[in-house]
Design a protein around this ligand. Structure first.
Ligand code: F6P
Length: 317
């Protein structure tokens, strides 16, 4: 293997993973081409040479130095053919893709339909890659959200209000659950579990009757709109309620040490196994061990075991 390509999505820790890929490749005498703007750059032939010096000083930077985009064109056969042409014209022997479900689905297509050697590295704040304990970016997102929650709780307590805090998590309640537990929140709504607003409101009314003064309700964006939840609480409880949507602040920023460690380990491992002839696999780090799972399995919906944490949230509040 003489030359590999690397393309990414966006979240904290991705630059650390790019660095690990580039430096491990350099260690093995393999050249690296960075693909600008994800699959868009692969279609449009936008590439940049990455040597080990070009990734200096990026370890602690959020986002991706390669930039990224949602590439609708890659969903078409024409776009895919164009991307494969770019790979061939640049003598790319294998591709490493660092991203979430959508990116890794594209990676699996390149392997199965076009016979391109590929390895995926899970990187998404949603932490919804099946078979992988932690994706790069999730820990950083949770830490950002918990820091924000601590501040919100100050105001909730001082003004004796209900706060609804919407966190990211399109189809997965992982961030919401972890944040609710780490932040000592009273209620959490996740896409995996149907929660009756009537019950939440009744619990708030009962708590208020017993002298409780403030609440924080976490809403995963995939379960409901934070604004609708806040409106219902006002209507049903009559309590003063405010909404905060944390949004994209959870995706950017300085990666935590945990995410940098994941990025270093998984980034380096991805290069090693690609070089050794593995393909159509996703790397992971589970039970303190590097693992590989077929991409076909990694892109299936991940079932999170929410019952235990959900119960704990209820007990602790
Ligand atoms: O998949 C990660 C994620 O941040 C989700 O939590 C969120 O719904 C989505 O991406 C937002 O996507 P975009 O960057 O295209 O707005």
């Amino acid at each position: 293997m003489k030359k590999i390509g690397v393309l990414t999505r966006d979240c904290a820790g991705i630059n650390a993973a790019i660095r690990a890929v580039v430096r491990t490749a350099a260690f093995h005498g393999i050249e690296v081409l960075g693909i600008i703007k994800g699959y868009e750059g692969l279609i449009d032939h936008e590439l940049v040479e990455l040597d080990k010096r070009s990734v200096s000083g990026i370890l602690n930077r959020g986002g991706t130095i390669l930039k990224t985009a949602r590439a609708k064109r890659f969903l078409t056969e024409e776009g895919q053919n164009q991307a494969v042409k770019t790979i061939a014209e640049n003598n790319i022997d294998g591709l490493i893709v660092i991203g979430g479900n959508g990116s890794l689905t594209g990676t699996h297509i390149l392997a199965t339909e076009y016979n391109i050697p590929v390895i995926g590295i899970p990187a998404t704040i949603d932490n919804d890659i099946n078979g992988v304990e932690m994706s790069i970016g999730a820990d950083s997102a949770i830490n950002v959200a918990v820091e924000a929650l601590d501040k919100i709780r100050d105001t909730a307590t001082s003004l004796e209000r209900v706060f609804v805090v919407e966190v990211m998590g399109r189809g997965c309640g992982y961030i919401a659950l972890q944040v609710a537990l780490a932040g000592g929140c009273e209620e959490v709504l996740i896409p995996e579990k149907e929660t009756a607003m009537a019950k939440i409101c009744a619990d708030i009314v009962e708590g208020s009757r017993q002298g409780k003064k403030s609440w924080i309700v976490i809403v995963a964006e995939g379960s409901a709109k934070g604004s609708d939840v806040a409106e219902t609480i006002v209507k049903k409880t009559g309590l003063e309620t405010r909404l905060t949507v944390l949004g994209y602040i959870q995706r950017g920023g300085v990666p935590t040490a945990f995410d940098r460690l994941l990025a270093a380990r998984m980034g380096s491992y991805a290069v090693e196994i690609l070089k050794d002839g593995q393909t159509d696999m996703c790397v992971g780090y589970t039970d303190k061990k590097l693992i590989t799972i077929p991409l076909a399995q990694a892109i299936q919906p991940k079932k999170i075991d929410y019952e235990r944490d959900y119960r704990l949230i209820k007990i602790l509040t």
